[in-house]
Design a binder for this molecule. Sequence first.
Ligand SMILES: [Zn+2]
Length: 173
Amino acid sequence: MEIKVLSRQAMEEFKSDENHIVISISDPNSEKVKISSKPFDILSLQFHDVDKPLVARDKCTACKGTGYLPEYKNINDGHCYRCTTMLDIKLFTDAQAKEILSFIELRKNNNGKEEMIVVHCEAGISRSAGVAGALSLIYNGSDQYYFDKFLPNMLVYRKILNMYHLQLKFKKG
Ligand SMILES: [Zn+2]
């Protein structure tokens, strides 16, 4: 299964004669991505490029457990729920991980022939590579390429793999 990683700009300029589907990732409240490559299907997801899961409030380095943020901190500090709400940070969710897996599985069941998967985010470095790395490990048995060439978002990467294994376990009973 070929999985391509692109930036928003590269996605908007992308043309291909090959059958493909697109996982389109953008920042919340950002402009709509203009895709003209005529993919079979598009899954659009919005979340910020946060690499760390939520921490308990007393472990929060941003607000130091006070739930109060005196100034804006790096969104990658690892925030508590209160902080992410106050800063309006949207983390990648389990539901989104599930959507990605269903999207791929549906396409696989519909037609025997595999399509190329194009994943893009804003910069084409972190979120899209996290998705591509996880999918490549699941379907191709290796994620090496994506770790060599990009900086996969580990929250995204782990959440997709965890969800995949959870679903496998559930299917097996
Ligand atoms: Zn906090």
